[in-house]
Ligand binder design. Sequence first.
Ligand code: G3P
Length: 218
Amino acid sequence: MKFFVDTGDVQEIRDLAATGMVDGVTTNPSLIAKTGRNFIEVVEEICGIVEGPVSAEVAATEHDQMLAEGRRLAKIAPNVCVKVPLTWNGLKVCRKLADEGTKVNVTLCFSPGQALLAGKAGATFVSPFVGRLDDIAHEGMDLIADIVTIFANYPAIETEILVASARSTLHVVQAARLGAHVATLPPKVLHQLAMHPLTDKGLDAFVADWKKTGQSIL
Ligand code: G3P
């Protein structure tokens, strides 16, 4: 499973990229607004930190403006993946950008039907939002299961399922069990993946017992 970091915070990205576990980055207008920084500059900086796909979302909702913004964002760096919302304008722009060789991440996906359209539009990634479905008492992971099953029926669909709005390590494990290609994670969730109290307890015991030997390896 590929892990993307879902943030505009370049220091968080730098720290996590140093672990070798980061395969890409996703941003969105809300995450960029949180940085208080210039959007283009943030994306440029992130593209210099992470080699993998860096999703940068258009702000427009009308077709021509969306296409122009997408083309502008694609010019920032070779690893920019233009993010468009799952609307008819977004799908049309996705098709055009994909035909121009630009990677596209179709976002704000909340149904299997929408995901099918993203696949037909040539999206590189489709981003179903799990957490926001959970927030309204729908089983967000059921959407991932549906999309995985549907896409498996059509090998011609090369779109990767990018699980977004992931709120916990459980979301990551459940998505991995289902075979989703990518999970984009808030830095906190990615950090939590490595944590376990029994690991800490066991390591403390190893360190204490090793100290008793009075030995050193080097
Ligand atoms: O990439 C989409 C993600 O940022 C949305 O997460 O927690 O705002 O639903 P959330």
